[in-house]
Design a protein around this ligand. Structure first.
Ligand code: HEC
Length: 729
């Protein structure tokens, strides 16, 4: 009895104390500052903040308190699609916000005012190489404070205080990402970038990379560098060398020829265990594995390594012998769950094909049962599809696992008929249907889950935004492709045979992801186009099998030169000829990707029934869904009376202790706040341009800020600003 009373009084005094605390919060008395110091918010990748000044009851009062124009002139060019997306989720350390612009300039802002402190241009003295950049890293030791960021094929270390290079890092402040990769074949001229930030454990900077997905890919080894000197400390061979575990899952010489199998999507660290966790992508080349019979470890794996030494703790393969480009798309989430009455430290990984894996962090075993089932084994000539694949029993998939006629869009009879006609000539009834010449409908170039990652509450609720859009894949034999090129005698013919399928015969692009190629002479030089043709760029494939003469013919054509103005090959810049001297790569796949396009109706809407984009809340303790709602809207369809369809989303959510999930990412260019408990929209804001990035939150001088990069584009309007929201003072 007595004990109960003491307990009761204790409870009352706790709630009185809480009331006092929350009153204080209302009065805006001094609350501790709180940074967002790491990509993903913390080393566990949770995209969660315990800040609650902005909460369910006051979120409707959020106002823009500053906006920073990252001010890239090239970013303002509506035709220059690749140069204005900002995928960056910035970091905030000691009240300073560090982020990147669409042309990869690194900047520091006062995070309370948005005032610029400094800017660093990595391409000041070199030919720019634009690519996605999802964030940067911070490291400090006493007065030595560094921002580590990547651009082109380099890792840069910059003084966080003044934006000047730290010249003692690598060579004059930068480390070449090619470092240590040419051990089995020469990749010194192959394209390597890092689109997601690495992660720092003590003094070890752990880096993944982004490499081509074609025959000329460098191996995607994950590496540990000394964050002080830039020296390579360790290399984990994602394609094992002779004698290493996993070597026997490939043909004997595969490691001398095959690249990719890279971690492009970022990493997480468990400081207590000293372990790094990350996912890998498929091996080169996408969609054809003729010379790589076997399960191909460690492709498409979730992997745990000792962060200091790179020694493997365990791996879990999600796809055997990947023929579908099912790269692990985001950093894993580390979370502690209550499963079957036990407290378990877990690692969560969502996949492009809409699955959620929940694994024991110590040994990689799945908390929920996983079935291994037979799948189609009839592939292209020379192909050796693996006979089984994995299906987690729980949680249920958050994206379509197959497409049947009953999934075809119903938004109008015209749309239905348009898609049905395409559907009839394709294979579409199994997500493990093998690539073929006539067409396979697959989910997932862009997910399911994608690079924005997901958020997890401390209580184990996963907030997952998902894309629901089918893509159509067609393959072609190398022989036939060469013949097609041979047939095209003139530059226009070459263009039609190779480029028109995407950029259009009229060079107008598709008004969305695929840029127009009209008037590009104003912004692209010969060597820029040459480089793009050689290496590809984001979704643009590389054209390795095209001869230099053909490449130069197309370049002259695209730059609208009259025949007498054509630059002879010898006059092409030194840059281009230096690249042209690159060694041929040993791996030429017998089948190549002919086309890999989003399958849409005649108006460009996804070919399946809505929803086309959703936000999902999944309790990872039980594996059950709490709610699932459409994410995003096409206002023109809503006006016609079609229920809100959701749109594709690019960029992840942010969960807070204020009971909210913030996410932008949608094609309606809005920033949204959802009630974490119900999935109801409680606030929306029309951004000046699409927010294809992940928001962050932090507190300075007792004020909670929420920031999102609104870089725009993806076929919509250009942007370029970072926008901060807070409650009125
Ligand atoms: C499978 C579709 C596809 C094919 C085929 C394709 N491209 Fe592209 N291309 C793209 C996409 C998508 C982009 C935008 C890349 C980005 O986001 O960086 C692009 C970008 C470009 C750019 C840069 C444009 C700019 O505004 O900076 C050039 C130049 C280009 N392509 C030329 C070509 C040429 C020449 C061919 C044929 C030899 C070709 N492309 C074939 C999809 C394609």
């Amino acid at each position: 009895m007595k004990i109960k009373w003491i307990f009761f009084i204790a409870l009352i005094s706790i709630s009185v104390a809480q009331t006092i605390i929350s009153c204080n919060a209302d009065k805006n008395e001094s609350l501790p500052d709180k940074d967002w110091p790491i990509y993903g918010g913390n080393n566990a990748g949770n995209r969660y903040s315990d800040l609650s000044q902005v909460n369910i009851s006051n979120v409707k009062d959020l106002k823009v308190v500053w906006s920073y124009d990252s001010n890239d002139s090239s970013a303002k060019d509506p035709n220059n699609d690749h140069a204005h997306e900002i995928q960056c989720q910035p970091i905030v350390v000691h009240g300073i916000l560090y982020g990147t612009s669409s042309t990869l300039k690194l900047f520091a802002l006062n995070a309370a005012t948005g005032k610029q402190l400094w800017k660093f241009d990595p391409f000041k003295d070199i030919v720019p190489r634009y690519h996605a950049n999802r964030g940067v890293m911070y490291w400090e030791n006493g007065k030595d404070k560094r921002i580590i960021s990547t651009a082109g094929s380099f890792i840069y270390a910059v003084n966080a205080t003044d934006g000047k290079p730290i010249t003692s890092f690598g060579v004059n402040g930068k480390v070449d990402l090619h470092e240590g990769l040419s051990i089995n074949f020469d990749v010194s001229n192959s394209s390597i970038t890092a689109t997601s930030p690495g992660i720092i454990y003590k003094n070890t900077l752990i880096m993944g990379s982004s490499v081509p997905e074609t025959g000329d890919a460098a191996p995607g080894y994950v590496r540990g560098f000394d964050v002080i000197t830039g020296k390579l400390k360790w290399t984990f061979h994602t394609i094992p060398l002779p004698g290493e575990p996993g070597y026997d899952t490939w043909p004997a010489d595969a490691y001398k020829k095959i690249g990719a199998t890279n971690n492009w999507s970022g990493l997480s660290v468990d400081e207590k265990r000293g372990a790094v966790y990350f996912g890998t992508g498929s091996p080169a080349a996408d969609f054809y594995g003729g010379i790589r019979a076997g399960t191909n470890l460690f492709s498409d794996c979730i992997i745990s390594l000792d962060a200091e030494t790179g020694k493997m703790n365990w791996y879990f393969q999600t796809i055997h012998h990947d023929l579908w480009d099912r790269d692990i798309p985001s950093p894993p989430n580390l979370i502690t769950l209550k499963h079957d009455g036990k407290i378990i430290d877990a690692v969560e990984q969502s996949t492009k094909d809409g699955l959620v894996y929940v694994l024991d962090r110590d040994n990689g075993t799945s908390l929920f049962p996983i079935e291994e089932k037979a799948v189609p084994t009839q592939g292209l000539p020379g192909e050796t599809p693996w006979s089984t694949q994995r299906y987690p029993v729980k949680p249920k998939p958050f994206d379509n696992q197959q497409f049947t006629d009953s999934d075809i869009t119903n938004i109008s009879p015209e749309s239905h008929a348009f898609v049905q006609a395409i559907f009839d000539s394709t294979v579409h009834n199994n997500k493990f249907a093998t690539p073929n010449l006539s067409g396979t409908v697959l989910s997932g170039y862009s997910g399911g889950a994608e690079w924005g990652g997901n958020a997890i509450d401390p209580d184990g609720i996963l907030y997952q935004n998902a894309n629901h859009a089918p893509w159509l894949l067609k393959m072609i034999s190398r022989e036939d492709q060469l013949k097609e090129i041979e047939k095209a005698k003139d530059a226009n013919g070459l263009y039609i045979a190779n480029c028109a399928v995407c950029h259009g015969a009229d060079r107008k692009g598709n008004g969305k992801e695929i840029p127009a190629l009209l008037n590009i002479k104003d912004r692209l030089k010969d060597e820029d186009i040459y480089h793009i043709l050689l290496n590809g760029q984001n979704r643009m494939p590389s054209f390795q099998s095209m001869s230099n003469l053909q490449k130069f013919a197309i370049i002259n054509f695209l730059l609208d030169r009259k025949p007498n103005q054509n630059k002879p090959v010898s006059e092409h810049s030194d840059k281009a000829s230096a690249i042209a001297k690159k060694k041929d790569f040993p791996y030429e796949p017998a089948y190549l990707t002919k086309s890999w396009d989003k399958l849409t109706d005649q108006d460009g809407y996804p070919a399946i029934k809505p929803p086309w984009g959703t936000l999902n809340a999944i309790d990872l303790n039980t594996g059950d869904y709490l709610w699932r709602v459409p994410l995003g809207e096409f206002p023109e369809l809503t006006k016609k009376g079609i229920p809100v369809t959701g749109t594709e989303s690019y960029g992840g959510p942010l969960a807070t202790a204020g009971g909210l999930v913030f996410i932008a990412a949608t094609r309606d260019e809005r920033m949204h706040a959802f009630d974490k408990k119900t999935g109801k929209i409680v606030w929306e804001y029309q951004l000046p341009a699409g927010g294809f990035a992940t928001p962050i939150t932090y507190m300075i001088n007792s004020r909670q800020y929420i920031v999102i990069a609104a870089g725009g584009a993806r076929g919509l309007k250009a942007g370029g600003s970072y926008i901060a929201f807070a409650l009125p003072e």
